[in-house]
Write a protein that binds this ligand. Structure first.
Ligand code: HMG
Ligand code: MG
Length: 301
């Protein structure tokens, strides 16, 4: 029986990032047919938005070098969105050739991570994104934007809130419909989350993207929901990380999030049992157990 709390939304959209953020960080290259089945199982469990892959440089992220092949194999279901990550115009060309209708660009809030993840400066990352967003919108393609290292960065320490807001506002100003605030290395805490969301003035176009490195992701999510956010990124099984930020571990596990949300009486449209069996199946394919606490508890039966 759910026990609701005041001040929380009735419904939350879970933006599933397992096939992209999760699989980009696996040391083994996962066969493309396993990826396609993973995405199909996620849709079957009720996901309505599944970030499928990345059109980044294949030398930078070899794990997702099969993006074209994967998209041709997708069993696209009506009502399910399959956005892909795109850093630059080359990536956009590749995505458009495959008929993609939603993309996500990904910026850094810090100078060092812009260099390590994008080979750009904080300023020149916008030179890369501007034509991508403009051309995508001309093609009727919706654009989400991420900001990484919103709370802290392994090289520069805590990230000033004003620096995150400045980067985020510029991305929204380009015409991105949603801004996902990334805690890439999982160092944020709930009060910091509240302060950052409030600094944006309105939560309407914000989403949150927590990695669970320090075990703060669920607490941070609750703070974000209380501050008015209704879209939360998560990865089924809690797989994930960022290959260009060594201290990043997996994303908040979708199952852990769903357990909390359903306990609060918040609708997600997701079937927890199907998610757990998907994670158990994927753990077999990856050769390692899921780090999700809920998967570990429920898979034991
Ligand atoms: P660069 O080396 O500066 O690229 O990399 P360039 O523009 O100088 O081009 C060099 C060559 O690469 C050219 O080929 C391009 O055509 C080719 P050449 O003319 O020499 O033969 N090229 C490409 N090929 C295929 N697809 C492309 C592409 N772009 C260029 N898209 C670049 C710049 C941005 C491409 C590179 O730095 C890159 O791919 N970075 C991606 C890194 C990445 O994927 N990181 C993980 C995702 S971010 C994340 O996980 C964080 C997030 O989850 C949120 C959070 O947790 O905070 C989103
Ligand atoms: Mg991430």
């Amino acid at each position: 029986m759910p026990y609701p709390m005041e001040g929380l939304p009735r419904q939350v959209t879970i933006y599933e990032v397992g096939p992209r953020d999760g699989l980009q960080n696996e040391s083994a290259i996962v066969p493309v047919e396993v990826k396609a089945e993973f995405i199909d199982r996620l849709a079957d469990a009720g996901h309505r938005v599944i970030e499928a892959t990345s059109f980044v440089h294949p030398k930078w992220v070899p794990q997702l070098a099969d993006a074209e092949d994967l998209l041709t194999r997708l069993n696209r279901r009506p009502g399910v969105r399959y956005p892909v990550l795109v850093p630059n115009e080359r990536g956009l060309d590749r995505a458009l050739e495959r008929g993609v209708t939603e993309i996500a660009v990904f910026a850094s809030a810090t100078e060092t991570f812009a260099a390590k993840n994008l080979n750009r400066t904080l300023e020149s990352q916008f030179v890369m994104f501007e034509p991508v967003v403009a051309r995508a919108l001309e093609h009727g393609v919706k654009v989400r934007a991420y900001v990484s290292m919103c709370f802290g960065d392994p090289w520069e320490g805590p990230t000033p809130v004003s620096q995150v807001v400045a980067v985020g506002e510029r991305l929204l100003g380009l015409g991105c419909h949603e801004l996902s605030l990334g805690d890439t290395i999982g160092v944020g805490t709930p009060g910091h989350v509240t302060a950052l969301i409030e600094a944006f003035g309105s939560p309407a176009r914000l989403a949150v993207h927590f990695h669970d490195t320090y075990g703060q992701a669920l607490g941070n999510t609750l703070a974000a929901l209380k501050a008015g956010v209704t879209t939360v990124d998560a990865s089924t099984g809690g797989i994930g990380g960022c290959p260009y930020a060594e201290s990043a571990t997996g994303n908040l596990a979708t199952e852990d999030l769903v357990w909390m949300l359903h306990g609060l009486g918040i609708e997600t449209g997701l079937d927890l049992d199907k998610l757990v069996s998907t994670s158990t199946w994927l753990a077999g394919a990856l050769g390692r157990p899921s780090p999700s606490r809920v998967v570990q508890a429920l898979a034991k039966g």
